[in-house]
Design a protein around this ligand. Structure first.
Ligand code: OOG
Ligand code: MG
Length: 262
């Protein structure tokens, strides 16, 4: 499939077809080099609306490129956000099907469960902690629709920030009981440590990252809803996995979360 006209709806179809057919495609900026960041978010919004028309439901928001490591990898200085839909939540007790993905990678994140609607453009870290009922350890599985997982910031925003699946651990902890800035994490693949990090990597404090996202959403009159899950953004680099692999993320104080791929 090739992009011909470059209308928003055509780009949405291009990306959704790649996702459904599990096929990597040329990044959209190759054909549309002048696409802006603002247009990329408009395309993302239309992609989410299309998923809603297909019967999926928005259950939260995810942040991306919140860590220095990831920003450096991409050569950018800003975080990004996308949406979590109900078909992305994978239960911890069931293996994920590797055939569902194109070239998946796993990364450790912190999940926030929001207990009150929140919207605004001057929301603080404290405001986020007030509306957070629990936090939990999580793993996000990202699966860019683009060839070789290579893209510009504009491409990845349009592609709902590479979202594919996420797994949330079953131990939910009250956010007040934890120093969110200092949670040590390691990600293991088949019981061997693959990468390590600390939650401070996420904009200094994962709750600050969530506040950043709320303020960004607020600029266009949107916000977070009671009951939504927010993924903080990866704490370490993302690790590739294959069918048969087991990935676990171990968080100091928060416990661990894992999944297997078959
Ligand atoms: C973009 C998505 C980034 C995160 O947590 O940083 C992301 C990518 O690296 O494909 O989800
Ligand atoms: Mg992520």
């Amino acid at each position: 499939m090739q992009l011909m006209q470059g209308t928003d709806q055509e780009i949405v179809t291009y990306l959704l077809t790649a996702e459904k057919e599990k096929r990597e495609v040329e990044k959209i900026t190759t054909r549309l080099p002048d696409l802006t960041f603002v247009q990329a978010y408009e395309i993302q919004q239309k992609l989410i609306e299309r998923k809603e028309q297909e019967g999926l439901r928005r259950i939260g928001v995810k942040l991306g490129l919140t860590s220095k490591a990831k920003q450096e990898m991409m050569g950018v200085h800003e975080a990004i956000y996308g949406y979590l839909m109900d078909d992305m939540l994978a239960p911890e007790w069931e293996p994920v099907q590797h055939s569902h993905f194109i070239h998946p990678k796993a990364e450790p994140e912190i999940a926030f469960l929001i207990n009150e609607d929140i919207q605004g453009t001057s929301v603080t870290t404290e405001d986020i902690l007030k509306v957070t009922k629990y936090i939990a350890p999580a793993i996000e599985i990202i699966d860019s629709r683009y060839l070789d997982f290579k893209f510009t910031l504009v491409d990845v925003v349009a592609d709902n920030c590479s979202s594919s699946k996420f797994i949330v651990g079953n131990k939910w902890v009250s956010a007040e009981k934890i120093n969110l800035k200092e949670i040590g994490v390691y990600l293991s693949k088949n019981s061997e440590v693959a990468t390590t990090g600390t939650s401070a990597a996420v904009l200094g404090d994962p709750a600050a990252a969530v506040a950043w996202a709320v303020n960004k959403l607020g600029e266009t009159g949107r916000g977070l809803k009671k009951g939504e899950i927010i993924l903080s953004g990866a704490i370490t680099e993302a690790i590739s996995f294959q069918a048969g692999d087991t990935i676990s993320a171990h968080f100091a104080e928060l416990g661990s979360v894992s999944f297997s791929s078959k």
